[in-house]
Design a protein around this ligand. Structure first.
Ligand code: SAH
Ligand code: SF4
Length: 422
């Protein structure tokens, strides 16, 4: 989501006549887009911003803006610590960059922006084949560990017609794969007059000529409906992949996290998905060391990995975030324990991922070819519908095409194959 926000920031700058500078030293405007989901992301930002002090000293006309979730949470305090910053704006106020570029008569844009979701901003996309498209902004879930509802504001869905028109334009420009973005796509449409829910939206955009693959992130397990499962089953351009963050296998911890489901409910939903869509890839997010997490709670999370057999996971150590409710929960887990649990999770998942990849050897899979492989320029690289990376020998003329590839060797994080001509 942040990368896509950066594409919008770049889009606004391009539309205002700016071109991409080759280095920080050549730039007239620098916008740093920040993430505050975990503490580590913040540390990177502060060292980057610190380095810009000297650059600005040598070039006083340089204008520095800070965007994103740290900007939103730190607000005017950032000016105190870094007086050489000129403008601060939060994720719901990206549109204000346009005005600031033209006339910098204000220094921050951090308030609620109730019409932001109705605007379609210019986007400068990195690729030509795969594109992200925002379908909703903000989040109302208030998971107790998470900063997003405080930084991205209230959940608001983009009107379906705007989404349809953006994707149609992308299709005409040659894009073949769309990933719909929202913090909780399953609750799409709640704020819209004239009821259209997420499955309805999927049906509508599925009609757009030229788009071959449709993906979406992120689904919230609580709001994943049978209607969505049926649409996924029915619509051939919807890819067989779901990212469904479980966070923990312990009901006690899930309750403390305010996730709104039990593990049993989650497990049943995965069962429904797998029955309806054979071969669907399932990925997840996991947090280790949430306050009060005991060895027994943690063991339940390990059991989830063995039971569900995810195709891939993102796992994180719990990181205390300002303003969130989990800050006040008893039983903080020691850093050491968090790290050990994270390693255990990652080690177990490595085995599962490899086993799942291995099971694909001999299969013939549809691959959308993205380009040449980074490690071997004679090879092409692409992704399966289940979002697995496949490398294989091929001709550059096949880039951007859909090919069938036979999987010949499973690797830990990718598959090797050969073009299937049979
Ligand atoms: N809206 C999405 C994802 C939000 S952030 C969802 O609900 O699934 C992506 C992931 O970051 C989360 O799923 C969670 O696993 C992780 N995360 C969020 N806040 C965190 C925190 N304070 N500490 C550690 N991990 C966190
Ligand atoms: Fe954060 Fe929960 Fe919203 Fe996801 S659903 S963004 S984890 S509050």
């Amino acid at each position: 989501m942040n990368v896509h926000d950066s594409e919008k920031i770049a889009g606004i700058l391009s539309e205002s006549g700016y071109v991409h500078a080759e280095s920080v030293n050549n730039a007239d405007v620098i916008v740093i887009n920040t993430c505050n989901i975990r503490e580590k992301a913040g540390q990177k930002f502060y060292s980057e911003l610190g380095r810009l002090k000297a650059v600005k000293k040598n070039k006083p006309h340089l204008r520095i803006a800070v965007a994103g979730c740290i900007a939103q949470q730190e607000g005017a305090d950032l000016f105190k610590k870094f007086p050489y910053v000129d403008f601060i704006f939060g994720p719901q106020n990206i549109d204000h960059l346009q005005e600031w570029i033209q006339e910098d008569s204000f220094r921050s844009a951090l308030g609620d922006n109730p019409d932001f979701h109705k605007k379609t901003l210019p986007v400068r996309r990195e690729g030509r084949l795969r594109a992200w498209v925002s379908i909703m902004y903000g989040c109302d879930n208030f998971c107790t560990y998470c900063v997003v509802p405080y930084t991205r504001g209230r959940e608001r869905s983009r009107p379906g017609a705007e989404i349809y028109s953006e994707i149609s334009t992308l299709a005409e420009a040659g894009f073949r794969e769309i990933t719909l973005l929202g913090q909780n796509v399953n609750s799409y449409g709640k704020n819209l007059a004239g009821y259209m829910d997420f499955p309805d939206l999927l049906r509508m955009i599925h009609e757009i000529e030229g788009i071959q693959r449709i993906r979406f992130v992120t689904s919230h397990p609580r709001d994943l409906s049978d209607k969505l499962v049926n649409v996924m089953k029915d619509l051939p351009r919807l890819c067989e992949h779901i990212h469904l963050p479980v966070q923990s296998g312990s009901d006690r911890i899930l309750h403390l996290m305010n996730r709104g489901y039990t593990y049993e409910e989650y497990r049943r939903k995965i069962g429904t998905l797998r029955n309806a869509i054979p071969g669907i890839a399932v990925t997840t997010d996991i947090i280790t060391g949430f306050p009060g997490e005991t060895d027994e709670d943690f063991q339940r999370t390990l059991n989830v990995l063995t039971e569900i057999e995810y195709d891939g996971i993102f796992a994180f150590k719990y990181s205390e975030r300002p303003d969130t409710k989990a800050c006040n929960l008893p039983g903080p887990v020691e850093e050491r324990t968090k790290s050990r649990r994270l390693s255990e999770i990652l080690e177990l998942q490595e085995l599962v991922t490899y086993r799942k990849n291995k099971a694909l050897e001999g299969e013939i899979l549809e691959v959308l070819v993205e380009g040449t492989s980074e490690t071997d320029s004679n090879k092409l690289t692409g992704r399966t519908r289940t979002n697995k990376i496949v490398n294989f020998y091929g001709d550059e003329k096949d880039i951007e095409k859909v090919l069938y590839v036979k999987i010949i060797e499973a690797r830990q994080h990718s598959l090797n194959g050969e073009i299937y001509t049979g």
